[in-house]
Design a protein around this ligand. Structure first.
Ligand SMILES: [Zn+2]
Ligand SMILES: [Zn+2]
Length: 135
């Protein structure tokens, strides 16, 4: 069990999570780069029911390259990207490690979509790298 807390830049959206974090990964896909404005997304997936959200994030939906529906949740006031959902992984919520106070808990197990990573991004060779999404 992992206990995580976090909030957006302005504090309007916050969360408390308690549960397992079965998936931790860095995603280098183009959508993640755009939606975070960063080189890659740092994702910690938990069961939706294990995450208590305070405040109401705004959402934006788009299609993934696999044709699934992606829902991005972000703070309407400060713009901080907060959560992400994939219709192919129902019931799971992706938290962004950069918003987590206990960020030492973030130990990515893989780099995914390295086919679209920025040239400047160095990869940790000690964890697997996948051209796209495994499985
Ligand atoms: Zn905010
Ligand atoms: Zn991605």
């Amino acid at each position: 069990m992992t206990r995580l807390t976090g909030q957006c830049l302005c504090g309007e959206i916050s969360f408390e999570a308690d549960g397992d974090v079965p998936v931790m990964a860095n995603c280098h896909c183009t959508a993640c780069r755009h939606s975070t404005g960063s080189a890659f997304a740092t994702l910690m997936f938990m069961k939706e029911g294990d995450v208590k959200i305070t405040g109401t994030p705004k959402t934006f939906q788009h299609k993934s390259d696999a044709g699934t529906t992606m829902t991005k949740h972000f703070c309407d006031t400060c713009g901080t990207p907060m959560f992400t959902q994939n219709s192919a992984r129902e019931g799971m919520l992706g938290l962004r490690a950069g918003n987590v106070n206990e960020h030492e808990e973030f130990t990515p197990k893989a780099n995914v979509y390295v086919s679209s990573r920025m040239k400047a991004t160095l990869l940790d060779d000690s964890i697997p790298a996948f051209e796209k999404m495994p499985g």
